[in-house]
Structures are given as C-alpha cells and as structure tokens.
Write a protein of this length. Structure first.
Length: 222
C-alpha cells in the first residue's frame, strides 16, 4: 500500500520529464532526437568594467566599474541535436563613472550615460539536463550607441555643470566578442556572459580603451 503513496509523485516526475523533452527536444518516428527552435526574452544586469586607457604602452585607471540594465530577445535555431545559432537584439542603458583624480581633481561628479542596442550572433553547444538543457556559447556582439551624454560637475568656483554628446569623443559602433554559459529549466533561462571589447571605443584622442562587460540575466522561452 505504501507504494501507492508514491505513485502520484512518480506520475508527476514522468510528466515533467516528458514535458521538458517535448519542449526542447522531439523524438522522430525513427527514434532520433532533434532539438526544437524557440524564442526567448530576457532581462539582465551589467557589471561593466570599461577598458582603462592605454597610451604609449602606459595603462591608466580612469573608470570605475559600471552598472547597467538590458532587455531583449533572441531566437534559438538548432543546427543539430547539440549545436545551435542564436541571433537576437537587446536594448541597454549603462552609466560609466569617471574618476575625478584622472580628469580633474576639482570634479565632484563625472559620468557617461549610454543608451543603445546590442545585436548578438552567437554559436552554441547545448547538452541535455532534464528538465531542460545547459549551454555554452560564443560569438560577436555589435554594440550600437543610440544616445549618449557626458556629465561633469565641479566644485564651486572651478566651473559649472556641463552636458555634451558623448559620441563627440566616443565611437558609436563597437564590436565585442562574447563568451557565455547558461541553463534552461522548463521555460526559464538563466545565464552569465562575458563580452570583450574588440574595438577601441575612444575615437577622438590618441589613446585606446576597450569595454569588458559581465552580464547576468534571466529570461523566459516560448
């Protein structure tokens, strides 16, 4: 009789496993298992550390770590059972804090606020972890600045608050290379990405700086 108490749990476990298999994988008439394409939306948090200035071989720390938010979507396109291609698009807002000791010791606040879009084109490898799958992916991100502003505030007597378009001195379009790991569980998607700036985001001055961005996100698949 005691075994009957566990019957509902066994049935529920079988249902969850079957549901997960039907969600991300399908078994064909010849018993082959194929991955299923799906669309997902996500929201993420950026823990950015913009590249510090490299001028004539000398590296200078001029930015504090950055925070930012991202929302977007992607389409998971299986190539075969394990490999897939995943294009998408996201909108983000980042705030890059500048160090007053580097720019002007009388500066009380200096930052760059950026709003833009990221267009990723990732290739990934997925492995089954019921009720879902884990994945490792990599590929380029096209980072397009849509709006950006530099803000500076100084101590009394040393200047006034200034606002200017940050793309007067920064590149509007940048390329990053992304590395990511993640996990799906039923309809939920969890992941962490690390994107390395491949291009110099400073265009006006004679020095180089590259973005390095950590992204943590959660999403839903459909």
């Amino acid at each position: 009789m005691k075994r009957l108490y566990f019957a509902p749990l066994i049935i529920l476990a079988c249902f969850i496993t079957t549901h997960a298999e039907n969600r991300y994988y399908k078994t064909g008439p010849d018993s082959t298992v194929k991955a299923v394409p799906y669309f997902s939306i996500h929201a993420g948090y950026h823990l950015s550390v913009p590249g510090n200035v490299d001028s004539n071989g000398m590296k200078l720390i001029c930015f504090d770590p950055v925070y930012g938010l991202e929302i977007g979507g992607s389409y998971h396109m299986p190539i075969n059972r394990n490999f897939y291609f995943e294009p998408g698009i996201s909108l983000y807002y980042r705030r890059i804090q500048t160090l007053s000791d580097f720019y002007n010791r009388y500066m009380t606040d200096g930052h760059i606020g950026q709003f833009g879009a990221i267009i990723p084109a990732h290739i990934g490898w997925a492995y089954r972890v019921d009720p879902g799958f884990g994945f490792i992916r990599t590929g380029p991100d096209l980072d397009i600045g849509l709006y950006g502003k530099e803000v500076a505030r100084f101590e009394n007597g040393w200047g006034e608050k200034t606002n200017k378009n940050c793309y007067d001195s920064l590149s509007r379009v940048n390329v990053l290379w992304n590395f990511g790991i993640g996990l799906t569980n039923r309809r939920f998607v969890f992941g962490i990405d690390y994107a390395i700036g491949m291009t110099n985001f400073v265009r006006k001055y004679n020095y180089k700086a590259h973005n390095y961005i950590i992204k943590i996100y959660i999403g839903l698949s459909f």
